[in-house]
Ligand binder design. Structure first.
Ligand code: MLC
Ligand code: AMP
Length: 504
């Protein structure tokens, strides 16, 4: 039987060669990882999970967690990774919406999540940061001869939730075909081969760490140093043994703060990739000056995987996200009329190709609204394509803050703040932040004679919103600036507070 994505992974796997290197710990060969993925797939099947069923996973980063992703591909289950920062309140929504048959969490969370899971008819198993847990206990005695489920390019491989500008988060449905085509393209464009060793310091619950970093490594038969999180000194120390790093701009800002980063430290490195948020041209320039490496910036989205990339050979131009990837069409249109714009004119970035997702989980109207009549996905990013074909992102039409590569939808944060006693209304914006790129900032209007300070609001948000969504600063104001239509003028607020986090 053919399993579209996993067959390609298996075909590229170089047997006894290393796949995952735990820093200072064990090495997982491809054979070991694929064997364990078969046993876990078998255990998942024995729990009653069938092709098309969702498996929600909120666990710490570990080799076993990546192997669980492979197991889900093999048994045709739809992998649904969740940020470890999500609170129980947030988890309740995802489990209710996606209706997974199985939820895998850390043992410490088992009891709390079991109540939520039970209410939605899901089973709970555990996987800890050290790779132990009830799921692995079940897998241990399973046979090695697991028969992979048959999966065609159009079958779902994963659902990744992206917050919505209106309403709750939407589950982006990604197919085997989406993931395989994009990872193959990136592998070829970035010349990734079995000799490469990637420093993997990204979380594995988003497109960047899960699909770009992991699928590309797998399809090249390369290996990765799997770090539990990003630590600039640890990453610099690993560089002499590695060849590639993939990161969000905050990684590069922090690396530049490390005195150990110099030409000697990067002598063995072949490629530095940045994405998920805008890389400041000054970071690109400073990094090149310090290391001799031009960071390769690329542009993607949860819904589309990767769309554009600066070239491997040829000019990597600071402040641009490069050229459309082979097989991907990128165009810029007039947001008012939909007409395709000529080079150098700014408008809506639209995307078409085998990388583009199948739609939002159980939201056909929202899906239809995000596509043009001729099948292009409307990104919500504003940009232009220059006469050399390079794409420049100049802004966003969607009300979205990107902090350290994580997306925060102001509406969700405003909704939580506005519910609090003593609050009239609030506006949440992103303003320049030296570390995170943008800092989540709330402007709050209080009712007269209310005793409500920054600490009280943050305390109230603690169990409601993941930490990275919580405002770094809360500012109290008499009122919010509005235009003639009564709409809050966030651009005015962004200008007013532009220096709030300025370096001192
Ligand atoms: C952590 N915190 C953040 C934050 N990450 N706050 C805002 N934004 C973030 N991104 C909180 C912590 O909870 C902590 O709060 C405080 O800020 C400082 O924590 P830290 O120790 O400095 O953070 P750290 O753990 O080092 O994490 C920073 C980071 C991490 C940048 C390394 O956020 C990260 O790995 N980001 C990558 C996100 C990513 O993979 N995005 C890809 C999405 S896919 P306190 O109160 O506890 O001190 C996508 C598509 C595409 O966008 O194109 O790729
Ligand atoms: P996500 O929904 O987390 O996948 O975030 C996707 C969004 O991140 C895109 O729509 C862009 O706004 C932004 N993004 C990703 N890569 C880049 C980049 N290289 N430069 C600027 N913005 C980017």
């Amino acid at each position: 039987m053919s399993n579209h994505l996993f067959d390609a992974i298996r075909a590229a796997a170089p047997g006894n060669a290393p796949f995952i290197r735990i820093n200072g710990g064990r090495i997982w060969t491809y054979d070991e990882a694929l064997d364990l993925s078969g046993r876990i797939a078998s255990a998942i099947g024995a729990l009653g999970i069938r092709p098309g069923d969702r498996v929600a996973v909120q666990v710490e980063k570990s080799a076993q967690a990546l192997i669980l992703y492979l197991a889900c591909l093999r048994c045709g289950a739809v992998y649904l990774p969740l940020n470890t920062a999500y609170t129980l309140a947030e988890l309740d929504y995802f489990i209710g919406d996606a209706e997974p048959r199985l939820v895998v969490v850390s043992p410490a969370q088992r009891e709390a999540v079991a109540t939520i899971a039970k209410a939605h008819g899901a089973i709970v198993e555990t996987l800890d940061a050290d790779g132990t847990g009830s799921l692995l206990d079940l897998a241990r005695d399973e046979p090695l001869d697991f028969v992979d489920a048959s999966c065609s390019p159009d079958d779902l491989a994963a659902i990744l939730y992206t917050s919505g500008t209106t309403g709750r988060s939407k589950g982006a449905m990604l197919t085997h075909g989406n993931l395989l085509s994009n990872a193959t393209t990136l592998r070829d464009c970035w010349r990734v081969s079995s000799g490469d060793r990637l420093i993997h310091a990204l979380p594995i619950f988003h497109t960047h760490g899960l699909f770009v970093a992991t699928n590309v490594t797998l399809l090249a038969g390369a290996s990765m140093f799997l770090l539990s999180k990003f630590d600039a000194d640890e990453v610099v120390a690993l560089m002499p043994q590695a060849t590639m790093l993939m990161g969000v701009p905050t990684f590069y800002v922090r690396l530049l703060q490390s005195r150990r980063l110099d030409k000697q430290a990067v002598a063995n490195m072949r490629l530095f990739v940045s994405g998920s948020a805008p890389l400041l041209a000054e970071t690109h320039v400073e990094f090149e000056k310090r290391t001799g490496h031009a960071i390769l910036e690329r542009y993607g989205m949860t819904e589309t995987n990767m769309n554009t990339s600066n070239p491997y050979d040829g000019a990597r131009i600071a402040g641009t996200v490069g050229l459309p990837l082979p097989g991907v069409t990128v165009r810029v249109t007039d947001p008012a009329t939909g007409a395709v714009l000529p080079p150098d004119e700014t408008g809506m970035i639209e995307i078409k190709g085998p990388n583009v997702f199948k739609g939002y989980w159980r939201m056909p109207e929202k899906t239809a609204a995000e596509f043009t009549s001729d099948g292009f996905f409307i990104s919500g990013d504003l940009g232009k394509i220059d006469t050399d074909g390079y794409v420049h992102i100049v802004g966003r039409s969607k009300d979205l803050v990107i902090s350290g590569g994580y997306n925060i939808y102001p509406k969700e944060v405003e909704g939580e703040i506005d519910q609090l006693d003593g609050v009239v209304e609030s506006a949440v914006i992103g303003v320049p932040h030296p570390d995170f790129g943008e800092g989540v900032t709330a402007i709050v209007v209080r009712k007269p004679n209310t005793v409500l300070d920054e600490g009280a609001i943050l305390h109230a948000l603690h169990d409601r919103l993941a930490r990275y969504k919580q405002p770094k600063r809360i500012i109290f104001a008499e009122d919010l600036p509005r235009n003639a239509m009564g709409k809050v003028q966030k651009n005015v607020l962004r200008q007013k507070y532009a220096d709030l986090y300025a370096r001192t």
